[in-house]
Design a protein around this ligand. Structure first.
Ligand code: NDP
Length: 329
């Protein structure tokens, strides 16, 4: 294990995030084992993974990941609150009617209040606008984030999935209010490099930290779906693609990526490391990535992912071989 966990600074701020952070989008819902959730959080803390990422709609059902975390925080980890860096988000569908979704001031601030109640905390460390709202004025959505900080319910604010131009405008509004955008969440992994020519350079310009989600492409980049031979994937029981309660990774998506994943897996084997390590270390090669936000269903998974932190850079010839397969910058 490469301990201690290295921490990276987010832009020009006091935020220091572990190279590997833990997201609770899956595996912390109502039907997941409380004991396993507790063991994952406890092991994460031991490994120096102090950042836990939530959103109001994580579960399933929506809200249940925050309720589970709130239960664990109040029952088991109360004394660790100041060591933890907790984030939540609002902006996806949560309740019926015109204020249950998107980016109005009403939705964001009601959503934050609900999150605080479920999490049983007085404040979160970061509050995000979970996605841009094409209908609500940007000034209103950013105004809600500013209010969250001024009212003491969030210490910092962030954005998620904003395209570059909108992101720059949002940053300008927030800067004017002296509540800078310090983190931006977006997808980045070996199967999806679209951010390299889009949001990533914009973040550098704005001095905003980058926290990247689905670094293992929801598990595809662990090689777990590869069969011994042929391009027909296997679906291990309990895996995300096999679970009925997860609609975000389908067997069809897995099938589509099998050939590329197989080639990357061969590269990883030749380099003497598991594909999971290659995928995470490849992201950490970039100093502008503040943290890589993984999901974990078991303690073993989080231990394996944490091993990618603090490793030496991948050699140049390996990076070139990866570019040749997955499309360079
Ligand atoms: P990953 O790409 O890390 O996928 C996590 C899944 O990969 C796990 O649930 C597990 O799946 C599998 N896995 C992880 N480690 C291992 C391992 N060592 N060996 C084998 N399998 C492993 O990330 P997610 O897609 O879960 O996203 C991470 C976080 O990013 C979310 O929890 C959330 O906080 C954030 N996010 C934010 C979004 C946004 O809109 N802002 C959107 C999406 C995510 P299995 O169950 O198959 O074992």
């Amino acid at each position: 294990m490469n301990t201690p966990m290295p921490y990276r600074r987010s832009g020009c701020s006091g935020i220091l995030l572990p190279e590997i952070s833990l997201g609770l989008w899956h595996n912390f819902g109502r039907n997941d084992s409380r004991e396993t959730c507790r063991d994952i959080i406890a092991r994460a803390l031991e490994l120096g993974i102090c950042h836990f990422d939530l959103a109001d709609n994580y579960g399933p059902p929506p809200g249940s990941a925050e309720s589970r975390m709130g239960d664990l925080l109040s029952q088991e980890f109360r004394h660790h609150r100041d060591e933890m860096f907790l984030s939540t988000k609002a902006g996806h569908l949560m309740w019926p009617g015109p204020y249950g979704d998107w980016g109005s001031r009403k939705h964001l601030l009601a959503g934050l209040d609900q999150s605080l109640r479920r999490l049983k905390v007085d404040y979160v460390d970061v509050f995000y606008s979970h996605r841009p709202d094409p209908q609500t004025p940007l000034e209103e959505t950013m105004g809600a984030l500013v209010h969250a900080v001024r009212s003491g319910k969030a210490l910092y604010v962030g954005l998620s999935k904003y395209p570059p131009e909108l992101f720059h405008r949002a940053c300008a509004i927030l800067r004017e209010e002296k509540v800078p955008c310090l983190l931006h969440q977006f997808r980045y992994n070996l199967l999806d490099r679209s951010c390299e020519k889009g949001i990533l350079p914009a973040l550098t310009e704005e001095h905003t930290g980058a926290i990247v989600f689905s670094p293992l492409a929801q598990g595809m980049l662990t090689g777990k779906y590869l069969s011994e031979s042929g391009d027909v994937p296997v679906l291990p029981a309990d895996s995300r693609a096999a679970r009925q309660d997860s609609v975000f990774l389908t067997p069809e998506q897995v099938q589509k990526q099998t050939r590329l994943v197989r080639s990357l897996n061969i590269l990883a084997r030749e380099a003497g490391m598991p594909l999971t390590q290659l995928a995470l270390r490849w992201l950490l090669r970039k100093p502008e990535i503040t943290s890589v936000l993984i999901g974990a269903r078991t303690v073993k998974q989080i231990e394996e992912c944490a091993r990618a932190a603090g490793c030496p850079p991948l050699p140049a010839d390996l990076l070139e071989a990866i570019d040749a397969l997955s499309g360079g910058e």
